[in-house]
Write a protein that binds this ligand. Sequence first.
Ligand code: UD1
Length: 420
Amino acid sequence: MDYLEIEGGAKLSGEVEIAGAKNAALPLLAMSILCKGDIKICNLPPVHDIKTMLLLLENLGASYSYDEDCATINTDKLDKTEAKYDIVRKMRASILTLGPLLARFGHCEVSLPGGCAIGQRPIDLHLKALELMGAQIEIKQGYVHASAPDGLKGATIIFDKVTVTGTENIVMAAALAKGETKIINAAKEPEVVQLCEILNDHGILIKGIGSDELIIHGRDRALLQIPEITVIPDRIEAGSYLCAGAITNSTLTLNRVNHSHLISIILKLQEMGYNFDLHEESITIKPSPKITPIQIATTEYPGFPTDMQAQFMALALMADGTSIIEERLFENRFMHVSELSRMGAKISLNNSIATVEGNAQLFGADVMATDLRASFALVLAALVAEGTTRVHRIYHLDRGYDRMEVKLAKLGAKIKRLSE
Ligand code: UD1
C-alpha cells in the first residue's frame, strides 16, 4: 500500500492547475444512462472515483473510451440494471445510478451503500422521493429493488434535509418521468446547478436552476442526445490548495478556477488575514502577517462546505488564538482530530463542536488518513510540522485528489509517494 512521506517546513510558491470537479463529474457520468448515442465528457479529473463510475457503467453494459481528460460514453447497449455491492461499497456516489436506471428501464437493483467513516449517510430521502414518483421500493439482501413498470410520474417532493446526490438523483429521474416534478428544498451546490443546466440545454426544461425550488418537465422516457460537455472546476480541490498556501504562509496561484464557487472559502481566509488577487480564471493567495482564529459552521451551499472542514481545522492550528469549528452535516466527521493530535495538535471535541488551540507546535508522526478530505488535512499539518510525517491509507486521497503529491512537489513541498 502506498503512503506519503512529507518533510515539514518548506515554503511553497508557483502555480497549480485545478482539475475538474469530481462531485460534478460523477452525476454527469450517471446522466449518460439517460442518453442515446455518444456523450463526451471533458475535464474529468483522473481520480479513482471517476474510474469506479466508468467501471460501473461498463458493468451495466455501456461502452466507453478514455483519452486525456475526456471520456466518450455510449449507453445504447446498456442492458443490465444491477449496481453491484462490490462497486457501490467502494464509492457511495454509485447511488447516482438509481434514478437514471429506474427512469430509463422501469426497474433496477442498486446495492445499499451502507455507512462510512464520516457517518451513517442514509439514502431514505432518495427512496421516499422515488416512491412519490410512483416507484415501488423494496430492500432485499442489501439491495434497493426499485420498480415502476409504467414509468415514473411527476410529483411534488419536499426534501426534509438538503441532499446533494438526492437532488441529483431525483432531477435525473424526473428528466425521463411523465409530467412535471417539483423539488422543494433542493440542493443549490454548483455541481447540482451544472447537471440542471446541461439537462436544460438538451431538451429538459428546468425552472428555478440555482434556487431551492426546481420544476422539471419530464420527457416520458424519450432519451436525450448530449454530444459534449465540460465539467466545472473542483471548488474543493481549489479550496484545499488555498489552505496549502495559507498554512505555509506562501504566495500561490491557482489556475482554472471559478471564484464564484469559492466565496465562502475566500471570505473565511480573508477573515483570517489572507489577501487575494482575483483574475478571470485564476486566484492568488498571499501570506498573512498574523493568522486570526476563526469560527466556522459547516452548512449547505452557499455556506461553508463540510468538505473543507478538516483542511480549515489544520489551518486553525496555526492561528493566533482559539478557533471554533462546528460540523452540522455529518455526525462523525472529526476522525482527523485524533490523528492531528498525534502530531501535537490540541483540539477538544464536544459533540459536533471542535475547539482548536492555535499556535500549535506540530511534529512529524505516522498518521492514518480516515476519509478523503481528512487526508488532505493531515498533509497540510505535515507541511508545517517539524520533521517527517508519514500519511498512511492514502487510497482515500487517491479517490478524489488529482496527483496531489506531484502538484504539491511542483510547488516546492518535500513530499514523496512510497510503498509500505
Ligand atoms: C455530497 C458530496 C459530499 C459532500 C456532501 C455534503 C457527492 C458525490 N458527495 O454527498 O462530498 O460532503 O454532499 O455537501 O456529491 N441525508 C439523509 N438522508 C438522505 C440523504 C442525505 O438523512 O437520503 C443527510 C446526510 O446524512 C447528511 C445530509 O443529509 O447529514 C447531507 O447529505 P448529502 O447532501 O446527501 O450528501 P451526499 O450527497 O452523500
